[in-house]
Design a protein around this ligand. Structure first.
Ligand SMILES: Cc1cc2nc3c(=O)[nH]c(=O)nc-3n(C[C@H](O)[C@H](O)[C@H](O)COP(=O)(O)OP(=O)(O)OC[C@H]3O[C@@H](n4cnc5c(N)ncnc54)[C@H](O)[C@@H]3O)c2cc1C
Length: 421
């Protein structure tokens, strides 16, 4: 009988660390090894575009866990090693090879390899000062360069772009956002929320261009100096942050012959197509964990919430459970003074109700489909967010004519409408 090598988790970040912790919590006693390509101990990414960039927190405070935690729970953490090849037997065991030549034998494999920034391949893309923001080194670099920059251009009006733009503005920089689509954050929120963000950011002085057609980055002596648009306008730039989305890291999965689409394809137990490898986080294409009519059947979620919950699901699978992955997706984004919290997925909505005051920037858009609440975008309104998250989890509906009255706490309505148990 072969020795039990335990589980090898490739990718040392939100999903990987959660998977290891959850395994120990549920009593998994075999060896656990996490291998990560970055040189830093695993850390939270969300503050990189917010509090860290604004100088409110230091890199040291972002770590998920102390080394004592890993030692105490017998989790071997190997940093600075990129796994480049995996040789796996049908029973799920095998060996992984790192770029430096180290070999990691395993009895079970987990992929939590996350995502990388999508690159903008245009003329001038290699100029110094054209930046991306995914990891701690990127954020440190951007923060250092921002200190001496006057003009900051952000390409992409998605969450990370707008958060970073709002952070740069706090330092008094002149900030321009160039978005190729007709609205901001178009992939993730409804039109009304996009419209709100446009007004909120413009009123604070962000220069936002929608439908921007970028032709090239201009440069002087190898350094970026501007962004040229199709209409000939050149927006001056000392640094350019490109935030145009991410691409799932599927290269190992592909090399292993696992089915991949928009990520490594998994079932509702977080199992890849080989039936043994578990996958969680930004790299996974999964069945919608909150299935309903009008919503996509499969998707990829880029959020802390999904990385954590899917990793828990994957841990249950490794430990022998068969628990289908179900949860209410949620997300947050802090853009200067504006805090967005989203619960559920608004795709396919046919009615939207505004609760509270858009003008005062404290409100919620509640999305309905066929009279049923399916999601909410809450602005500076954590109380509504919590209530919608709870009602979605419990399958309770609050009719639109009741929800519109912002004077009645949603929590009260939820309690009133909950079926007696
Ligand atoms: C700037 C920023 C702000 C964000 N803000 C928010 C927010 O406000 N709210 C929210 O919900 N989410 C936010 N997110 C998204 C959130 O951080 C991600 O959804 C989460 O980090 C996903 O975790 P993950 O473990 O799946 O992947 P990742 O965090 O991408 O980690 C994957 C890790 O695997 C490593 N890796 C990949 N391939 C290999 C290999 N072959 N060998 C070894 N290691 C490998 C990578 O180096 C990386 O460290 C933000 C992300 C960023 C970048």
């Amino acid at each position: 009988m072969s020795t039990n090598r335990g589980i090898l988790i490739v990718g040392a970040s939100q999903a990987g660390v959660q998977l290891a912790s959850s395994l120990r919590e549920i009593g998994y006693a075999d060896p656990i090894t996490i291998v990560g390509a970055e040189r830093h101990a695993p850390y939270q990414r969300p503050p990189l575009s917010k509090a860290y960039l604004q100088g409110k927190v230091t890199a040291e405070t972002l770590s998920f866990r102390t080394q004592e935690y890993y030692d105490k729970h017998d989790i071997q953490l190997v940093l600075n090693e990129r796994i480049v090849a995996v040789d796996k037997a049908p029973d799920g065991s095998g060996a992984a090879m790192s770029a430096s030549g180290r070999e990691f034998a395993f009895s079970r494999l987990a992929l939590t390899t996350g995502a990388r920034p999508r690159r903008l391949q245009i003329e001038g893309a290699d100029l110094d000062g054209v930046l991306y923001l995914r990891d701690a080194d990127d954020a440190e670099d951007m923060k250092a360069r921002m200190a001496s920059a006057d003009n900051v251009v952000v390409v992409g009006g998605g969450f990370i772009g707008l958060e970073a733009a709002a952070s740069a503005q706090k330092f008094g920089k002149s900030v321009s956002v160039l978005e190729a689509a007709p609205r901001l954050v178009g992939r993730a929120v409804g039109e009304e929320t996009s419209e709100f963000f446009l007004k909120a950011h413009r009123s604070r002085g962000l220069d936002i261009t929608l439908n921007a057609k970028i032709v090239r980055f201009t440069g002087e002596s190898g350094r970026v100096s501007g962004v040229e648009l199709e209409d000939g306008r050149v927006v001056p730039a000392d640094i350019v942050l490109v935030g145009i989305g991410v691409v799932p890291r599927t290269e190992l999965a592909e090399q292993m012959g696992l089915a991949c689409g928009n990520g490594v394809i998994v079932d509702e137990f977080s199992l890849a197509s080989d039936g043994t490898t578990v996958v969680a986080g930004d790299c996974a294409e999964l069945p919608n964990p909150m299935p309903r009519d009008g919503a996509p059947e499969r998707l990829r979620l880029e959020s802390v919430n999904n990385a954590v919950e899917q990793a828990r699901n994957a841990a249950a699978t490794v430990a022998g459970g068969r628990v289908p992955y179900r949860m209410v997706p949620w997300f947050w984004s802090d853009q200067g003074e504006v805090k967005l919290q989203m619960a559920g997925l608004s795709a396919g909505y046919d009615q939207i109700v505004t609760r509270g005051s858009v003008e005062d920037e404290k409100f919620s858009f509640i999305y309905y489909r066929e009279g049923q609440v399916i999601a909410a975008d809450c602005i500076n309104n954590p109380v509504d967010f919590m209530a919608v998250k709870a009602l979605l989890a419990k399958g309770i509906n609050v009719p639109a004519d009741r929800v519109v009255d912002a004077g009645t706490p949603l929590k009260k309505l939820v309690a009133e409408l909950a079926p007696a148990s």
